[in-house]
Write a protein that binds this ligand. Structure first.
Ligand SMILES: Nc1ncnc2c1ncn2[C@@H]1O[C@H](COP(=O)(O)OP(=O)(O)O)[C@@H](O)[C@H]1O
Ligand SMILES: [Mg+2]
Length: 283
């Protein structure tokens, strides 16, 4: 569904390439998590997958990026927005500014596509319901908290039902309940065939929800695989990525000679150290 081949990009007047030799494959209907230290190029990658680079950003672009069969690296942004919805890091920038209520804001993209009114109302109501926004529909988008605005930004993309959804740290302003809501929605969209790329720092959540993980370090993809494989990689901390509790526990157990590692989960804490169950029995 998403195919990046040897993609490289340097921002205008930048001394070096932000991304280089980048290959990425995301299968249709799967959820791909992208992790990497701050400045590793995650947001730049999101803009490439969504077609904003190179169409709206000057600089040097090499390689090809195709999404749902459309070669975005050669096309216009109009073509890109039909296939990819991008939820950016700052929800405030994503509010259109042209609408007075959340309801109108959510309908904005559908209006632009001349979706029939009854269908528009139905879709807005359904997405608002799923994301817990029903009570906010008549409020001004600018009277919302950061978290609520983030959910509106996500809803305004979900309502368009693009085949591919790219989210750049969508839960950074959300509390745990809001975060859970977003991941529930993503899981449901993925079940319905939507392809999802999510940039996220919370590795636990990625471990739980993603089919595959790619690690970005200094503008290159240094590792790709299942969450279990990638998050167990010894090099993770050198790439500036935090480990999940599960892989930390497995590493600790391995260091203590407890086997099999895959069957070990901490069952509690004793004197500040994790206590492991061995063959299902607490020690
Ligand atoms: N508009 C821009 N112009 C020039 N350099 C940029 C621009 N945006 C990002 N960069 C640079 O590209 C690198 C990667 O940035 P970014 O993609 O935002 O990383 P991340 O999202 O992983 O923090 C950084 O070194 C950053 O300074
Ligand atoms: Mg970023």
């Amino acid at each position: 569904m998403i195919e990046l081949r040897d993609v490289a990009f340097a921002y205008e007047d930048a001394p070096a390439f932000t991304l280089a030799h980048l290959d990425l494959d995301v299968a249709a209907g799967t959820i791909m998590g992208i992790v990497g230290a701050s400045g590793s190029g995650k947001t730049t990658l999101a803009k490439i997958i969504a077609g904003f680079i190179p169409s709206t950003e000057g600089g040097t672009y090499r390689g090809t990026a195709s999404v749902a069969g459309a070669v975005l690296s050669e096309g216009t942004l109009t073509e890109a927005v039909d296939v990819v919805g991008l939820v950016t890091q700052n929800p405030f920038n994503q509010i259109s500014g042209a609408r007075f209520t959340v309801r109108e804001e959510l309908a904005f993209g559908l209006e632009n596509r001349s979706v029939e009114r009854s269908q528009m109302i139905e879709r807005v109501d359904a997405v608002a319901d799923t994301l817990g926004l029903t009570a906010l529909l008549d409020r001004s988008p600018y009277a919302l908290s950061g978290g609520q605005m983030q959910l509106v930004a996500i809803a305004s993309m979900v309502v368009m039902a693009p085949p591919v959804l790219v989210l750049d740290e969508p839960t950074s302003q959300l509390d745990p309940a809001g975060t859970r809501l977003v991941y529930d929605v993503l899981a449901r969209l993925s079940e319905g065939g939507t392809t999802v790329v999510i940039i996220e720092h919370k590795t636990e959540l990625l471990h739980e929800h993603c089919d595959a993980i790619s690690v970005l370090a200094s503008g290159r993809i240094v590792s790709t695989g299942t969450p279990a494989t990638v998050f167990a990689d010894d090099r993770l901390s050198t790439w500036g990525v935090g480990q999940t509790r599960i892989t930390q526990a497995a590493r600790e157990a391995r260091a203590r000679g407890l086997l099999p590692v895959t069957a070990l989960l901490p069952v509690g804490v004793s004197d500040g150290a994790a206590v492991f169950a061995e063959n299902g029995a607490a020690r």
